[in-house]
Design a protein around this ligand. Structure first.
Ligand code: LLP
Length: 420
């Protein structure tokens, strides 16, 4: 459930009519709903209520806006970060260092050091090489890093290949059949406190089955490690739960996910950790856009050219992803159209042959489910600026990220004088 609903023929975010934001902030603009974010954070926590003190770290990559992170910090969420930049954001938003987990295959020396200096709660080590490098840095600085070893369980998440992370051929984690040996080796390092196993097999999962298969493998590994005399006190089960992108689409409910986790992890005797991203933020945001013009195309459906483009919302161009598209002030009439942005490549297409509300130049529309992996994946391609972000709270809203003009991006560039 979200708080983007039509009232008297106008789409509102909570109690704010979207035309008001379009007028005052301009388009394209992301609009997030505080009530929806809080609701999703609570529903997910509630789904895990059968577990003993689960640790929930929001996957910052899904939506790193400071105001969004602040809301989740207020909800008691920690952060799953994958770069020094995300770590800095999580701290700036008020997340406690001990509630921060640092994931990612390519943490640099500087980023490992930053994590140690900030006293973060856990490093999710993705390779043997990274583990020994972290051990050396920690030892040199007189510190001990709490770590989980991320395993690659070789499970097909049955999602888009670009967001699948748990197959043997993917770059993530260490192979399951070497995990115990690597863990035991790292556990002998003074600089490391090897305390757990981490797994994350992919994103936008539409079935719980692959997750269950992966978790069962983690359970077996934990038993094997204990048999070898290794301590295991934590298990990080990652994120991945999918959300509906099409009205009426059915996806596993958080409650069913929680029940499956409770069943599979019974008797593990560890603190369970989670890294949800999309399921918290996805349906808590829309991308508000204005139709620039409608363009006839031979005998086919018209091209509706909107002012948002693939640089603002990359998912359709990148993954062929579907986002529901609807008028802010629908007339009740429908049309079939290709929905495209102004960028000069054919990939800048949001939808082909889409049946949607009838729209003409100047009309406002939204792409739904844009609160996760939306603004965060923006670029300035075609010398377009960075899109603005707003947060609605009841009948008020705030701009939580200024639009960055193309000229401001240009200001960071230099032409050496020797070019004449
Ligand atoms: N933990 C780790 C280690 C991850 O790599 C990810 C996402 C998450 C947690 C959060 O997963 P979620 O709960 O959001 O599914 N840009 C793509 C999604 C990439 C996901 C990358 N990793 C998209 O727009 O669909």
């Amino acid at each position: 459930m979200d708080h983007f609903q039509h009232r008297d023929g106008v789409l509102y975010a909570e109690d704010v009519p979207l035309p008001r934001i379009a007028e005052e902030v301009g388009t394209p603009v992301y609009v997030y709903s505080r009530a929806t974010l809080e609701r999703h954070a609570r529903v997910f926590r509630e789904a895990l209520s059968g577990l003993d003190d689960p640790h929930i770290a929001f996957a910052v990559k899904a939506n790193p806006n400071l105001a969004v992170l602040k809301i989740l910090a207020n909800e008691g969420y920690g952060a799953d970060v994958v770069s020094g930049g995300e770590l800095t954001r999580a701290l700036a938003a008020g997340m406690k260092p001990e509630d921060i987990v640092f994931s990612g295959v390519g943490k640099t020396h500087a980023e490992l050091l930053q994590g140690l200096d900030e006293g973060i709660g856990q490093f999710n080590i993705e390779s043997e090489e990274e583990g020994y490098e972290l051990a050396a840095i920690a030892r040199r600085h007189g510190k001990r890093a709490a770590c989980a070893l991320r395993v690659n369980p070789d499970v097909d998440a049955r999602t888009h290949e670009k967001i699948s992370t748990g197959k043997r051929e993917n770059k993530f984690g260490v192979p399951l059949d070497r995990a115990a040996e690597i863990y035991a080796g790292l556990a002998r390092e003074d600089g490391l406190d090897m305390r757990g196993i981490a797994v994350h097999i992919g994103s936008q999962l539409s079935s719980l089955e692959p997750l269950e298969t992966a978790f069962v493998k983690v359970g077996t590994l934990i038993a094997e490690l204990r048999d070898k005399g290794c301590a295991v006190t934590h298990a990080d089960l990652g994120g991945g739960l999918g959300v509906p992108y099409k009205a009426g689409e059915q996806l596993p409910a958080p409650a069913d996910y929680g029940a499956m986790v409770a069943r599979v992890t019974k008797g593990w005797n560890v603190r369970l950790m989670f890294e949800p991203g999309r399921v918290i933020a996805g349906n808590a945001g829309v991308l508000l856009t204005r139709v620039i013009r409608s363009k006839r195309s031979g005998n086919g459906p018209p091209f509706v050219v909107v002012d948002a483009a693939m640089n603002d919302l990359a998912r359709p161009a990148m993954y062929g992803a579907w986002h529901d598209f609807e008028a802010v002030e629908p007339t009740g009439e429908k049309m079939t159209a290709h929905i495209v942005g102004p960028i000069c490549e054919t990939g800048d297409t949001f939808a082909m042959d889409r049946e949607c509300d009838a729209l003409v130049a100047g009309d406002l529309a939204v792409f739904r489910t844009a609160g996760a992996y939306g603004a965060t994946m923006a670029s300035s391609y075609n010398s377009r600026g960075f899109v603005a972000e707003t947060l609605v709270d009841g009948d008020r809203y705030a701009v939580v990220a200024d639009r960055i003009a193309a000229s401001a991006i240009m200001d960071a560039e230099r032409v050496p004088e020797w070019l004449g």
